[in-house]
Design a protein around this ligand. Sequence first.
Ligand code: HEC
Ligand code: HEC
Length: 278
Amino acid sequence: MRPLVTLVALASVIGSAAYAETPLERGSYLVNTIMTCGNCHSPKGPPSVVAGKDFSGGLRFDVPGVFDVTAPNITPDKETGIGTWSTADIKKLMLTGVPPDGKPIAVMPTGFYGILLPSDLNAIVAYIQSVKPVSNKVPAPIYHVPIKQEVIPWAEKPIDPAELTDKVKRGFYLATIGHCMECHTPREKGELVLSRMGAGGQQFPGPWGISVSRNITSSKTKGVGAWTDAEIKRAITQGIDKDGNKLNGPMGYAYYAHMTNADLDDVIAWLRTVPAKE
Ligand code: HEC
Ligand code: HEC
């Protein structure tokens, strides 16, 4: 009897050790998977050109008459990155979309980040402050209209950690900080139509032509309601749809590919609860 008990005890120690991440590990995991920061902030191009340039500035978003902004260098480089920002400056930007110069920024989905657990927000900021400084100056933003942060009613305050024992709530939390619905909800006059959450229909021009975000509600005919879990997982992590066709950007498939299976399962469990929209 004795050895068995010891083995079971040991197994549970190993089991919990596998989940004990340091804040930097947690920050790295969130930034490099579900939150896809690099999908916007890292340069795109042939790998030899961009190797070692992670987070040093990336995509340009040019909406004529509205703004022309480039995702800045967020490495700790003091001249061209955010090396002179305080921890509080970065946290404020993450939660309000307002940088130290007081001019609200565009594009970055900060309206979804209010739901972050304080521990996760701290981990993300600590990780970003720990990456290698890279010198790379990106063009300054141009705003033709005043920018205001999107209000996402379900993301205005940190989630209650007690809710995260529930699989669907965990999926909801991850999908919120992953801003899935910022791309997958239609916009009218630039504003998200939240009553049609998940119905898709936004256009994304890019090197791939124009992709249109799809309906990812639980609708069996228009959404992913009739897809298996494995099919949804393949779409998210490999960019291949139910019929085997390749999906285009800007969705960050390669980032989601590094999510844990458990986290992917939770996101899918939540997607299944998103009310069907035709
Ligand atoms: C959808 C694209 C996108 C994603 C995802 C994104 N950002 Fe950004 N971010 C931007 C853009 C674009 C700007 C600048 C907008 C402007 O100048 O108006 C910006 C600005 C910033 C700034 C301010 C830097 C400066 O010099 O003003 C920081 C810090 C930042 N992002 C960090 C992050 C972190 C950390 C993540 C992931 C948790 C993230 N961003 C995710 C697009 C994105
Ligand atoms: C930056 C915008 C963006 C973000 C963020 C995003 N998606 Fe997508 N997604 C798209 C676009 C655009 C397509 C369609 C691409 C195409 O047609 O080639 C797509 C396709 C899909 C598909 C395939 C659906 C079908 O009918 O083929 C699924 C499933 C999906 N996304 C789920 C998600 C989930 C879950 C998240 C969050 C973890 C997410 N997406 C985040 C833009 C985005």
